[in-house]
Design a protein around this ligand. Structure first.
Ligand code: SAM
Length: 247
């Protein structure tokens, strides 16, 4: 069933008019009709089943709340060195599917790609739209925020666990940091990733001084767009999957 995010406040057994953007997608693109059901998520992140009452303008009846949780138990903020080409699109789409709470980018020292300040607003608007589409597709209850940060701002961030995915740690055989961090059952986790050229020792040192822990993500060196997706998958396995309950 198709899920949409609305800015309208939702309440069971009430009728509500939806935005023109949802009408366009639901009626013109997906060809949904009166009587069809959709899923709606309002500003409080609670999803509801809803039934289409009329298509133009789009009015729906809010039915029952949907109880199935879809958010990661750990609020993960990814902070990625700006990658080349359109890899930021891929990171945002896939990281949203995998449950990221926030996806940030930073102009890192060894990146060949940099985002000029005058182009950031346009890039973020495009990436935010990609996040919304991916959140709807993956039945998230929250659309991750997409933003940019500086290294200085990163040093002031607070979280229960603060990690640097560091290729040099992986090469040195570090394998415990991520697993140990998730074992502490953090509510919030920040993970920093380098671009294609990796993180500079100066960046790693600055982040370590601010309480970030360098960790390896296994013995293979992953592409810049693969590493954040690996981390989110690992967080899901370590915090959401419980094999013995299913056996
Ligand atoms: N140029 C670097 C090198 O040759 O060693 C590789 C950089 S890698 C393509 C890009 C980023 O992904 C790294 O800076 C790091 O944040 C992350 N990364 C990739 N593989 C990793 C691993 N096995 N452990 C930790 N981080 C990794």
């Amino acid at each position: 069933m198709n899920r949409f995010f609305t800015s309208q406040t939702l309440q069971a057994n009430r009728a509500v008019a939806l935005e023109a953007s949802i009408q366009k997608h639901a009626i013109s693109v997906l060809r949904l009709r009166e009587g069809d059901q959709i899923e709606l998520v309002g500003p409080d992140a609670q999803p509801y089943l809803a039934t289409i009452l009329s298509s133009a303008p789009l009015h729906v009846q809010i039915d029952t709340p949907i109880a199935r949780p879809t958010e990661l138990p750990v609020q993960v903020r990814l902070i990625c060195g700006v990658p080349k080409g359109d890899k930021a699109d891929l990171i945002v789409q896939k990281a949203t599917e995998l449950g990221a709470a926030t996806i940030s980018f930073f102009n890192s020292q060894w990146a060949t790609a940099k985002w000029a300040p005058n182009r950031v607003a346009k890039k973020l608007s495009r990436l935010q739209a990609i996040a919304q589409g991916a959140a709807e597709q993956s039945h998230r209850c929250v659309v991750p925020a997409v933003d940019v940060v500086t290294l200085n701002e990163m040093t002031k961030l607070q979280a229960d666990a603060k990690l640097i995915a560091y290729e040099e740690s992986a090469k040195a055989g570090e394998t415990a940091g991520l697993v140990k961090a998730i074992a502490t059952r953090p509510h919030t986790l920040i993970a920093v990733f380098g671009p294609e050229g990796g993180l500079s020792p100066a960046e790693v040192s600055t982040l370590q001084d601010a309480g970030f822990l360098p960790v390896g993500l296994g013995p293979r060196i992953l592409r810049t767009e693969t590493a954040p997706l690996y981390l989110l998958s690992a967080v899901s396995v370590l915090s959401e999957l419980q094999g013995e309950k299913n056996e």
